[in-house]
Design a binder for this molecule. Structure first.
Ligand SMILES: *[C@@H]1O[C@H](CO)[C@@H](O)[C@H](O)[C@H]1NC(C)=O
Ligand SMILES: *[C@@H]1O[C@H](CO)[C@@H](O)[C@H](O)[C@H]1NC(C)=O
Length: 483
């Protein structure tokens, strides 16, 4: 792959729209949203990513379902891949996108592929490059600790000159679009797109300003519109697109107008050896943290306790539930501003603070149902998948990314609209169902998670994707070596 050197310049600044035209755009956006997102799937004359077939036979690039669904055999050809990632996690640093790159590329290097990552350390310290077997991580930071893409590209060109990369992968815009344009073989994984971020802003506006009297947050919504338009314009600078949910794949085809053949769905996976069904560990966890033995139901929530993770919603909904059902208990794992508020709710709530990664599986095992009240429809929360691996059903908003990919039917849990009334109604159904039904749903979750959301499945899907991009022979499924 020959690459000309290009200065690392920023794209032209967004031209801010006047309020009037942005209001019109917002209206148009709402209308499309309501049609696309809140209309039932049968409205689509030809659904793109809804199918979940068991016996696929054909070209993988035409697959209208997550590649994780398939079972790929071993790869006999080795790849040389370049990866651009905003950061590389050092220690137990959280971060969905960084974790994704870390899990995926360690797995691919272990499978014998030569991986070169261009990034910066997540702790922003000065660190030496990492060379571990087939995995090479180059830190190219500027003074602020973020990626200096000129420097990253210089190193990229050197490594490429020593033997051309088969393919280049970028985690979101880590490789900026004006550079992606000059790299012919580039695939991007979108972890959140502005179309979905618009939905976040919309829900946050409706929740924080229900009567429309405060002027503040609406501006955020309006400012998101030019970002969305800009994004739609530059997305075609990337050749191949990988989405982490079926619904994001649909939006890329329907709204962003990317050719369907260039849009693929590969779901994120979690390490299913770390998250396992273990009722005894759950019982020990309850005892250790003083969950009373006479409670009728234990709900759990995990993550950063901040506004956009939906804690204002859960706080309000659970305070109503705690009054009506004194036997229902809430375990809160995580830290953040809402921790203190939860503690005010009295003896039905226990705030655990941030848990060690090793304690998380026990936490999931200690609860009857996992609650994720997030107000962010973009991407997919790994916590849902982790809870499912531990055999727990989930209670979560009915966003397209979630109902189209995770809670694909009622057997896996409960969904609600992101408002207190709907949330309380869903909580009432959970309580009425009780631990027996929850347990049954939990076992269905475990099976589904095992078939879709494992790190191994994710790594095999990406491996096959890059093989297919290098040599179309691998685009056929099944090959004689597939399982
Ligand atoms: C980025 O790296 C280049 C070398 O490739 C260097 O000339 C430039 O000063 C660096 N920029 C920053 C902001 O660190
Ligand atoms: C559980 O037991 C404690 C102490 O014995 C009691 O105060 C509490 O009301 C009981 N809770 C329920 C839901 O029965």
């Amino acid at each position: 792959m020959g690459l000309k050197h290009q200065p690392c310049r920023a794209p032209p600044p967004y031209k801010l729209l006047s309020i009037r035209s942005s209001t019109i755009l917002t209206l148009v956006f709402f209308l499309t949203s309501f049609y696309l997102f809140f209309a039932p799937p049968w409205r689509f004359s030809e659904p793109f990513f809804w199918g979940y077939q068991a016996h696929f036979n054909g070209d993988l690039r035409e697959a209208k379902f997550p590649w994780n669904k398939l079972c790929f055999g071993p790869a006999y050809e080795k790849l040389k891949l370049a990866v651009f990632s905003k950061t590389w996690p050092i220690g137990a640093a959280p971060g969905g996108m960084e974790r994704h790159a870390h899990t995926l590329y360690n797995a691919l290097a272990t499978r014998g592929h030569e991986i070169h990552v261009f990034t910066v350390p997540s702790d922003r310290r000065l660190r030496r490059d990492i060379h571990q077997g087939n995995l090479h991580v180059y830190f190219a930071a500027n003074d602020h600790g973020s990626v200096n893409c000129s420097l990253a590209f210089d190193i990229f060109n050197k490594v490429n000159a020593a033997g051309a990369f088969d393919y280049v992968h970028t985690e979101s815009v880590s490789l900026p679009h004006w550079r992606a344009k000059i790299v012919p073989n580039v695939a991007v994984t979108w972890h959140g797109i502005w179309y979905e971020i618009m939905h976040s802003k919309l829900f946050q506006e409706l929740i924080s300003n229900p009567d429309g009297v405060l002027p503040g947050p609406m501006t955020e919504l309006q400012e998101a519109m030019p970002r969305l338009i800009d994004e739609i314009r530059f997305f075609n600078s990337y050749t191949q697109h990988i989405c982490i949910s079926n619904s994001a794949g649909e939006v890329l085809v329907n709204i962003y107008q990317i050719p369907q053949r260039n849009v693929h769905v590969i779901l994120n996976g979690v390490d299913d050896t770390k998250f396992v069904h273990d009722p005894e560990a759950g019982a020990r966890f309850r005892e250790k943290h003083g969950v009373p033995a006479n409670v009728s139901l234990v709900m759990g929530v995990a993550g950063r306790l901040v506004r956009d993770k939906g804690h204002p919603l859960l706080y309000e909904a659970f305070s109503l539930i705690a009054e009506r059902h004194p036997g229902v208990f809430l375990l809160v794992a995580g830290s953040g501003p809402w921790g203190r508020r939860y503690a005010e709710l009295g003896p039905s709530v226990k705030v655990l603070g941030a848990l060690e990664p090793s304690e998380l599986s026990d936490f999931y095992n200690a609860i009857d149902v996992f609650v994720n009240p997030t107000l962010r429809p973009q991407g997919l929360d790994l916590t849902l998948m982790e809870a499912m691996h531990c055999g727990k059903p989930v209670l979560t908003p009915n966003y397209p990314s979630i109902v189209g990919t995770v809670v694909v039917n009622e057997g896996f849990g409960y969904t609600f609209s992101p408002n207190v009334k709907s949330f309380v109604e869903a909580l009432e159904v959970v309580i009425r169902d009780g631990p027996k039904v929850l347990q049954r749903k939990g076992m269905a979750c475990k099976e589904y998670a095992h078939s879709m959301f494992t790190a191994t499945k994710m790594a095999s899907a990406y491996e096959r994707f890059f093989l297919c991009m290098k040599n179309t022979r691998y685009c056929h499924y099944p090959l004689p070596t597939d399982c």
